[in-house]
Write a protein that binds this ligand. Structure first.
Ligand code: FPP
Length: 328
């Protein structure tokens, strides 16, 4: 057994002919994960510290993030990153391509489905953290139209996992005042999944906090095709011989109508692709790619991405303030 270092992580293997269990202890996150290699069921024990709410303070010209109880840093690195964030310059919409579940599992000699189960844990952490940071919108790419090409057993597992997630997490989502949306061709999802997501959307429709869009059977090109067809139908129904459409018309007919465009796109596991995700909406998004595999993506890593975002200069094709002053 390795002698675990208090600042890092330790992995322990317990094995017998019938069962092998991997126990991973992460001291930074103060969590303990036990994963059964045979069926991928996973147990996670996480310490959540409770302390008084911090009040917003201004440090070096920025407004310090008002730390809700749940976000109390669990390590020095997390505390440093949180302290560096400017509450007034957080993104309005974060979109995430959650990639690397399969590789995470392979590295541990586990079946791919164990990676997806571990991915749900990361999704839960990121959803709650964004909601508590009061990020207005978060979109997670959970199942693309291309994902139907995977083995049937993996697709079935992903659909079951999604239903399980909704069953367990809907009360938490609701309690956090989050509004659930599903974007994609929902009519092609299995009936049981569709019924669950519809119930989730109905239950949370009145919530005024973060909008959580889960992209399911989603494709960016298909979304544009659907938007154009919807516009054509409306023009036909209006009986007008001509119609003029502009960018606003297209935005209003996308699945994401009503959401701000993402200003930060995060992709895990290092691939430099947008994979048919929110093609219209990410026109001006800042892209943050990390090598971290999705199941390893923690709250501290989200803060890292936000910090990186706040360092960027967003020019939308114009000039920076400094250059504008020089050329004026
Ligand atoms: C990519 O990993 C991830 C997916 C196919 C999406 C599945 C996502 C989850 C299970 C997270 C849960 C989300 C919610 C909203 C509950 P991959 O299989 O493509 O990884 P690989 O590229 O390493 O093979």
């Amino acid at each position: 057994m390795p002698a675990p270092d208090r600042s890092g992580a330790g992995i322990f293997f317990l094995s017998s002919p019938a069962l092998s269990i991997i126990i991973s202890i992460n001291y930074r996150e103060t969590s303990l994960t036990a994963c059964c290699a045979t069926c991928s069921c996973m147990l996670v024990f996480q310490r959540i510290e409770h302390s008084a709410l911090n009040s917003p303070r201004s440090i070096r010209g920025k407004t310090r993030v008002n730390v809700p109880e749940f976000l109390t840093p669990t390590g020095r690195e997390e505390e440093r990153l949180l302290g560096e964030l400017d509450a007034e310059r957080l993104p309005q919409h974060i979109a995430v391509i959650m990639d690397g579940n399969g590789r995470w599992a392979r590295k541990r000699h586990l079946p791919r489905i164990a990676g997806h189960r571990a991915g749900v844990r990361s999704a839960r952490t990121i959803i709650e953290t964004c909601a508590r940071l009061k990020i207005p919108a978060l979109t997670l790419y959970a199942f693309s139209m291309e994902n139907w090409r995977r083995p049937k057993a993996e697709i079935d597992f992903l659909m079951r996992l999604l239903r399980e997630y909704l069953r367990k997490e809907l009360p938490v989502i609701h309690k956090n005042n989050i509004r659930l949306l599903v974007i994609g061709r929902a009519d092609q999802l299995p009936d049981a999944v569709r019924a669950d997501v519809e119930r989730g959307m109905e239950q949370t429709a009145g919530n005024s906090g973060m909008q959580l869009a889960v992209a399911l059977n989603y494709g960016g090109r298909a979304e544009l095709v659907d938007a154009f067809n919807r516009i054509l139908d409306r023009v036909r129904d209006s009986g007008l011989p001509n119609a003029h459409i502009d960018e606003e018309t297209i935005s209003q007919n996308l699945y994401t109508a009503g959401l701000p465009d993402p200003d930060l796109l995060i992709r895990t596991s290092g691939e430099m692709r947008v994979s048919n995700f929110l093609l219209w909406q990410i026109a001006y998004a800042e892209i943050y790619v990390t090598e971290t595999l999705w199941p390893d993506f923690t709250r501290a890593q989200l803060y890292e991405a936000l910090f990186d975002f706040q360092k960027r200069e967003r020019r939308y094709g114009g000039l920076s303030d400094a250059r504008r002053r020089v050329t004026a």
